[in-house]
Design a protein around this ligand. Structure first.
Ligand SMILES: C[S@@+](CC[C@H](N)C(=O)[O-])C[C@H]1O[C@@H](n2cnc3c(N)ncnc32)[C@H](O)[C@@H]1O
Ligand SMILES: [Zn+2]
Length: 312
């Protein structure tokens, strides 16, 4: 943990500044130690350089515990970054019409950062400070991936209970949350809890599973996921999703990519289901697509959200 992070962190319960005791330092970073609140007398351990606001004394609630466990396993197993340029292109596509200039000099919160790929992108776009926050053990992977990005800070914390200032004291200019809110027990509450940390002039972007045009996901994959695959031991799901990737990956490479790359085959686009998404996936290697399929099957909770609810 970099010492400057202390100037941004507050006690999630009472909003007081936190004190820090460091027991192991490397250079000037705090590797081990703890933060504490003089009002609530709560302690937050710093372990392997990360403040852990999710801990035995302050656990997650409800099904969010299993969700964080599932994703912690996922990101620790699929921890390799696959092509920063592709992540940037994907990120741009999602946040359109926001451009990279928008990030310059801003304080940014990546809410549910996973292995930190979009925190890296934000840092490269010139953000002043990036908080990469995740409730799960994914933070250890994010920390490694963000090692060379001095303006980034990895924090293990729950979206519902973040250690940042709120309302008129809020400091964050931009929050983004990719693929996270729909996995919470209560996505609306997650949204409400996030925006408390935005400055009045701030903005939020979030990407969630959409209900529209996703009937087969909602009616077929979703029940299989909730009743079966999310309950399997993770290593079994790893093998199962690997076998599925063996079947799907060649189709992406041999049908979807040619339809995208060869103009004489462009007519195929109309016939292929989920063409845009699957043609895009077809540019990645087997390992990446194994990860994507595992990701679709692992979460115990996933809501498919209606556009009108999001707009509200
Ligand atoms: C599908 S992953 C997306 C990761 C990352 N945004 C990306 O796109 O690479 C969802 C992430 O949300 C995190 N998450 C789930 N519930 C959370 C919560 N209550 N607070 C913070 N993070 C949470 C999970 O641990 C997981 O890493
Ligand atoms: Zn406190």
């Amino acid at each position: 943990m970099k010492p400057i992070l202390l100037s941004y962190l507050v006690c999630p319960t009472c909003q007081q500044n936190l004190e820090c005791v460091a027991t192991i330092l490397s250079n000037i970073d705090i590797e081990e130690g703890f933060l504490f609140c003089n009002i609530c007398h709560k302690q937050v351990p710093i372990i392997r350089g990360i403040p852990r606001f999710v801990n035995d004394d302050q656990p997650l609630q409800g099904e969010n515990i299993n969700t964080a466990h599932a994703f912690g396993w996922e990101w620790q197993t699929f921890q390799v970054l696959h092509g920063l340029e592709q992540y940037k292109a994907q990120f741009f596509d999602w946040i359109y019409p926001i451009q990279s200039k928008f990030f310059e000099g801003k304080i940014i919160l990546d809410a549910g950062c996973g292995m930190g790929r979009f925190s890296i992108v934000s840092s490269e776009f010139g953000a002043k400070t990036v908080f990469a926050v995740d409730a799960s053990q994914a933070v250890d992977v994010a920390k490694q991936n963000l090692e060379n990005y001095p303006n980034t800070h990895v924090i293990q914390a729950d979206i519902h209970n973040l250690p940042f200032r709120t309302r008129e004291d809020a400091q964050v200019d931009f929050i983004f949350s990719i693929g996270v809110l729909h996995h919470l027990d209560n996505p609306q509450q997650g949204f409400n809890d996030l925006i408390r940390h935005l400055k009045l002039s701030g903005s939020i972007f979030f990407w969630v599973y959409g209900r529209e045009n996703n009937d087969w996901l909602v009616n077929i994959i979703n029940p299989i996921r909730t009743q079966l695959t999310s309950r399997l031991p993770k290593s079994v799901l790893y093998v199962l999703s690997g076998l599925m990737t063996l079947g799907i990956h060649p189709i992406l490479k041999l049908v979807y990519r040619p339809a995208n790359d060869i103009s004489a085959l462009a007519w195929l686009k109309e016939l292929l289901p989920y063409y845009d998404y699957l043609a895009w996936l077809g540019q990645f290697q087997f390992r990446h697509n194994h990860h994507v399929i595992f990701d679709h099957l692992v979460a115990p909770v996933a809501f498919y959200l209606h556009r009108q609810d999001i707009e509200k």
